[in-house]
Design a protein around this ligand. Structure first.
Ligand code: XMP
Length: 326
């Protein structure tokens, strides 16, 4: 029978069997999936695991600090932080095709992990040569939607499944591969992770890189980070975090429209709010957020974020629209 303690017990046994006495590294994205995967693997193999947090510059405001502080405090994992903003942004320069972006981000992730692995080997001396495994928080829906499941069409290359390069040097450990998100949260709870981690809304591995429609650069990322932070602040203040599944905030970087602010004409970019309700992200409906909350978000974003003069609401369900715009 399916109980979270059975799932934990079986996964721990399977991970021990797979990894043996070797070492593993796990990428933390700040999301619940990678956090639970890491906690599970840590329970199984303890300090044979090192977590790696890649700061790729595509994170939301405050995200890096949260991973560095909260997750380490909750689990006591060994954490290595890699600053890789320049590397990712130069690899993404002038790329606007969504699949191309996903592939580039997936590839750069692996290259950074390989580098982190090499550094761990150097630091640990001979014992370090055994860093053979890469832990990923891949969920069942990720497997299905990347075309790796039951023959379903390939919708998107989720960067921890379809987006990996072919010449990957690691063996993958994917303890959540059969679970849905709500099950992952239960496993996280069972493992004693704090609510702020267990109930975090999903955030995609490729980060804000797939929430800018158009080319990705630092200036655009900074705009989007500000707008996203405002939306999250207002949703939290209104007590809506647990009512919605997630609310991507998207910058339409190649679209401009005319506006008026103060006495002057503006010619700025729109921000899209994409609040959705869902059980497992395979299907979703747009969330009926209270008008006054939407209104506050809109007013604040247009007042506080330079170059944004319009806020629009995405009222498409999934299908036909996916949750993320890319
Ligand atoms: P879509 O856009 O396919 O998103 O409807 C479904 C869910 O998956 C998240 N998502 C990702 N998560 N790596 C991830 O870890 C990815 O590459 C990725 N792409 C989308 C998305 O935020 C939503 O919760």
């Amino acid at each position: 029978t399916w109980t979270t303690s059975n799932v934990v017990e079986e996964s721990v046994a399977a991970i021990r069997e797979q990894v043996g006495t070797k070492r593993a590294i796990c990428g933390l994205s700040g999301g619940v999936d990678s956090a639970v995967a890491a906690a599970l693997v840590q329970k199984a193999i303890g300090d044979q695991l090192t977590c790696v947090y890649v700061d790729h510059g595509l994170m939301r405001k405050g995200e890096s600090e949260q991973v560095e502080k909260d997750f380490v405090a909750a689990t006591g994992v060994q954490l290595k932080v890699v600053e890789a903003e320049e590397r990712f942004l130069s690899a993404l320069a002038e790329v606007s095709d969504p699949e191309e972006k996903r592939k580039i981000i997936g590839r750069e992730f692996i290259r950074v992990f390989e580098q982190a692995q090499a550094e761990l080997v150097a630091e640990a001396g001979a014992a370090g040569e055994d860093v053979e495994f890469l832990v990923q928080g891949t969920l069942y829906p990720d497997v299905v939607e990347s075309g790796g499941g039951t023959g379903t069409a390939n919708i998107k290359s989720h960067h921890n499944v379809g987006g990996l390069p072919d010449d990957i040097e690691f063996q993958l450990v994917e303890p959540l591969r059969r679970l849905f998100k709500d099950e992952v949260r239960m496993v996280g709870q069972e493992l004693g992770l704090p609510d702020e981690i267990v109930h975090r809304q999903p955030f995609p591995g490729p980060g804000l890189g797939i929430r800018i429609v158009g080319e990705v650069n630092k200036e655009r990322l900074d705009l989007l980070r500000e707008a996203d932070a405002i939306a999250r602040e207002e949703l939290t203040a209104a007590g809506l975090d647990r009512d919605i599944w997630q609310c991507p905030v998207v910058l339409l970087a190649d679209v401009r429209s005319v506006g008026v602010q103060g006495d002057g004409r503006t010619y700025g970019h729109p921000i899209v709010l994409r609040p959705v309700s869902s059980e497992d992200a395979m299907t979703a409906d747009w969330s009926r957020l209270p008008y006054d909350v939407l209104s506050r978000i809109s007013t604040r974003i247009t007042n506080e974020v330079d170059q944004i003069n319009r806020v629009v609401l995405d009222i498409t369900s999934k299908p036909p629209g996916t949750i993320e715009w890319e």
